[in-house]
Design a protein around this ligand. Sequence first.
Ligand SMILES: CC/C=C\C/C=C\C/C=C\C/C=C\CCCCC(=O)SCCNC(=O)CCNC(=O)[C@H](O)C(C)(C)COP(=O)(O)OP(=O)(O)OC[C@H]1O[C@@H](n2cnc3c(N)ncnc32)[C@H](O)[C@@H]1OP(=O)(O)O
Ligand SMILES: Cc1cc2nc3c(=O)[nH]c(=O)nc-3n(C[C@H](O)[C@H](O)[C@H](O)COP(=O)(O)OP(=O)(O)OC[C@H]3O[C@@H](n4cnc5c(N)ncnc54)[C@H](O)[C@@H]3O)c2cc1C
Length: 680
Amino acid sequence: MSSSSKPNLPVTNAVNGPPNADLVRERGAASFPVRDLTYLVYGGQERTEHLERIANMVASDPVFRKTDRFFLSRTEQYRRSLEKVRHYKELIAKHNLHSELDQQDLRQAIDEDLPIGLHVGMFIPTIVGQGTDEQQKKWLPLARAYKIIGTYAQTELGHGSFIRGLETVATYDKSTQEFVLNSPTLTATKWWPGALGKTSTHCVVFARLVISDRECGVHPFMVQLRSLENHEPLKGITVGDIGPKFAYETMDNGFLRFDHVRIPRDHMLMRFAQVAADGTYSTPPHSKVSYATMVFMRAYIIGTASSTLAKAVTIAVRYSCVRKQFPLRSGEPEQQILNYQNQQAALFPLLATAYAFHFTGNYIRQMYSDFVRGMRAQDFSVLPEMHATSAGLKSLTTWIASAGIETCRASCGGHGYSKLSGLPSLYANYIPACTYEGDNTVMCFQLARYLLKLYGKAQAKPGLRLPGNVSYLEKSTLLDERCDASTEELWLDPARQLHAYRNRALRLVANCANRLVAEMQKGKDEVLAVEAIKSDMVKVAKAHSYYVVLNNFVNAIEQLRASGTSTPILRVLKTLCDLFALHFIQADLGDFLEYGYLSSLHTEPLHAQIRRLLEAIRPDAVALVDAFNFTDHALGSALGVHNGRVYETLFEWAQQEPLNKTQVAPGYHEYIKPFLLAKM
Ligand SMILES: CC/C=C\C/C=C\C/C=C\C/C=C\CCCCC(=O)SCCNC(=O)CCNC(=O)[C@H](O)C(C)(C)COP(=O)(O)OP(=O)(O)OC[C@H]1O[C@@H](n2cnc3c(N)ncnc32)[C@H](O)[C@@H]1OP(=O)(O)O
Ligand SMILES: Cc1cc2nc3c(=O)[nH]c(=O)nc-3n(C[C@H](O)[C@H](O)[C@H](O)COP(=O)(O)OP(=O)(O)OC[C@H]3O[C@@H](n4cnc5c(N)ncnc54)[C@H](O)[C@@H]3O)c2cc1C
């Protein structure tokens, strides 16, 4: 079956001409209607077409061009991203894109780390989440109209993960009803906040509240940093850019110091905790409610892991269809490198993972909106589950996506190392996701601690009912059960796949719990006992998160089946789900063998089934990446161009290299000529 219709996307940036014949053939041989899968991914035909209109508008607009980005200095890149911000605002007005969703779509299409990312992603959400109604009325209209630009200033030079260790102080002065913000030490300097260095006029600062020498914990405060007239820093404020980074050049991550800066009392965001005029402090209804923006952002990051990985896989799969190396036998034509099993084994599990993470993103979005509904009604009961689940999924998805981009880059051989492949910058700009919004390892401890607690409760109280994704912790009998997938066919049974993931997670939790007890029996207190099991806690969190991802993928397919999705689409999604499930068992085989859950009786059919799945995906590989529907602008890659004119595009883009502006190299006269022409 061929694609039901051609995607309505312009081929920008790529060199025009007849499309690569191999890609044309591959597209014609897809087993499912590509367009229908695109609709499924983006939430229907209407939404897909809307996204395409925005993507096309951006892709054809010279202000948003990307192809020269590699040749700009850091300062030029920052300026260019400001130019893009200005144009983004003009387009919102011109095309009436006033809803939050439209603006998010536009930013996603622009596809750059703009210095307003923190403004929309954390500054505004913190005002919404933590501000009183009056505070929202005051600041939200200004922020939404970009009359003020803000960021989220929490991390300091000395502390990021350990929020309770932050040193910036906000001391309440009852006599003037002001807070005095101060950075008492060098390590109290705010360090890293995006857009803090040069762009923001305001920020939400997290500081320890002190009232009459009493420590009241870390709270958020609204602070103006720069004049709205001339952008100069205000009195008492030292602010600037933190300097060169691994990548992220368009973002002015900044530093900030306060020298006894006074702000009015109503600049503390007081939705949950309050300081009255006389200095009376009212505690929040939940001690971690001021961390809510981070939970929001973690959920957002989980949602973007799929699209980021999907971009890398699109580039690598298309290129692997165009690229040919070696005939199998002499005299035969050379093979497309995607025909090699090793290439498929590297790329197809990542393709499957990009689809798996798509459904994880849907799941966490739903969980987050239920949680927000509860919070509005002062119900914080879902907070622990939301925090733990999002912390674990943020870690797993960003780790896998980061490693996956690098695998895609390496799979493109030498051309993958060229920045023109788009993969080095995709990787370099993405990997901080493993660190920001909570270092992944530290986040894993949060989930593991939650699981250990629930496991302990379930052990102590048989019959206790735990919520959906953790209900397996009730069933210690599961530990006695073994895998019975002794044929290739049985490995395709979702119930058996889920059984394996549940069993592994439960075993690791139980093992950790036992070790904790054993460490305490050796005389350690609980704190030191936890320190002795920390690497196992990371494994626990990952194992549980894998289970959550697979469970959602399986459930999503069931729901699609129930809602009448066509057989070819269901078939291809099931194949991807199977590959996801089996690949990550194969990757962590030691976990499953260690406790005798699996034996060689099961591993042989497992490996054989994985090989079959790779073969099954091969004819649909191009169609499956096409279904993500990225424009050439979004991919920013000479290797991933839709028309497959890879070599033409690489050649043309290379001509832009500034070294090629002259035939004779700069420096020739000083450094090459003297020794070339020196007498022997
Ligand atoms: C829609 C979006 C639009 C646009 C977006 C556009 C662009 C953006 C794009 C990409 C992103 C780009 C840039 C990203 C910017 C990144 C910004 C940042 O990095 S901001 C800084 C982030 N910092 C962190 O994440 C710090 C991590 N540390 C912590 O969260 C905490 O310190 C800790 C590790 C959780 C520990 O906290 P604490 O010490 O206070 O608590 P305990 O460990 O003692 O735990 C006690 C108890 O509390 C529970 N708990 C902890 N945190 C939470 C929480 N958040 N919610 C609920 N409960 C929590 C914990 O589990 C314990 O529970 P108990 O065991 O006692 O039951
Ligand atoms: C690109 C980028 C953008 C950022 N944007 C912002 C922003 O806008 N606003 C903002 O406030 N911050 C921002 N940050 C800061 C970011 O949130 C922190 O860097 C992050 O939370 C990690 O904290 P840390 O740097 O203190 O790491 P550390 O905690 O110092 O981590 C270092 C190592 O120590 C380990 N470790 C730490 N604690 C423990 C423990 N208890 N047990 C065992 N191991 C431990 C970690 O696993 C890690 O391996 C940004 C960072 C980056 C890189």
